[in-house]
Design a protein around this ligand. Sequence first.
Ligand code: ADP
Ligand code: MG
Length: 308
Amino acid sequence: MIEVKNLSKHYKDRIAVNNLSFKIIPGVVTGFLGPNGAGKSTTMKMILNLTRPSQGEVIIDGKKYIDLERPIAKIGALIDADAVNPRLTADQHLQLIAIASGISFDRVDEVLQKSGLEKVRNKTVGQYSLGMKQRLGIAAALLGDPKTVILDEPFNGLDVDGIKWLRSLTKKLAREGKAVLISSHLMGEIQAIAERVIVLAQGTLIADMTIEEMSKKSFSSYIRIQSEDNHRLQEVLKEKGGLVQRNEKESIVVRNLEMEDIGITAKENSIALFELTRIHPSLEQLFMEMTDGKVDYVSDEKHEYKGR
Ligand code: ADP
Ligand code: MG
C-alpha cells in the first residue's frame, strides 16, 4: 500500500503540487486525472523518489522509498517512454535492468511476451514508434513483478490494438491484486479501465471517488425538448416551476420538472412535442466542469476509499 501524505512541490514561482493526500489501493485500477500541468507527473516522480517533495512524504508498505530493500519489487513505473537508449534493442534494454536489479532473464522473456514485443525484441529502440516505446516502458515497469504499477500517460501514442491491450493488461494486473495508478488528461481513456479516480487541478486534489460515485454525481440531468412552439412552451413551463434555458440547437433545456409534467403541460396548451429526452451529462463533461474549478465535487469519503 502506498500512502501519499500532504505532498507538496514548489518550483520557484509556482506550486506544482499542493498538499496532496491519497492512497493507492491494491487490487484496484486508479485513474489519475487532470488537465495538462495539473501536477500528475510531478506527483508520480515524488512517489518514485525521482523528485524531492517540498513538503510531505510518501510511505510504501510502511517505509520511505530510500529504506526499501528491493524497490523494483514494490513499485514499477513508466514515466517517460522516450528515456531509452535508441541504440539498444528491447531485449538488451530489459536485460540491463534485469542485471542491475538481480532479476532472471526468464522474466525478460515473460514481460516481452506480455507487452506483445516478442517479434521486435531484436530491433533497436530507435526504430520503434511511440506506441512500441510505451509497450517497452510498460514491460520494464513489470519486470520486477512489483506490487504497485505506476504508468504516466501510457495511452499516448498507442494505436487501437495498443489501447485494447493496455486496457486488458491493467485490469488483469488489478485482478492479480496489484495496485495500478495510471495518469491521463482524458476522462475517456480512464473511464473504461479505472474503478476509482483521483482528480487534480492546479496541483490540488479535487476528487477521490469511485467511477460509480462519479457517475452518480452527474446528477444534474436535464430534459431536452423540441416542439412546434418553443417560445410559448418555455413560458408555460416556467409557470409550472421549470428552470428553462434555450439551447443553441432550437431546443429548450429544462431542469426541475418531470417528463410527465412537461408532456401534460404541452398537451394542455396544445403544443405538439417533437422531442422529449432526458440527458445525463457524460463523465467527460463532468470532468471538464470539475477541472474548470466551477464545481466542488470532493467526495465525502475523501481519502477513505478502501477498495472492494
Ligand atoms: P501534468 O503531468 O499533470 O501535466 P506536471 O506535473 O508535469 O503536470 O507539471 C505541473 C506543473 O509544474 C506545471 O505547471 C509545470 O510547468 C511545472 N513543472 C513541472 N516540472 C517542473 C520543473 N522541473 N521546473 C519548473 N516547473 C516545473
Ligand atoms: Mg504529465
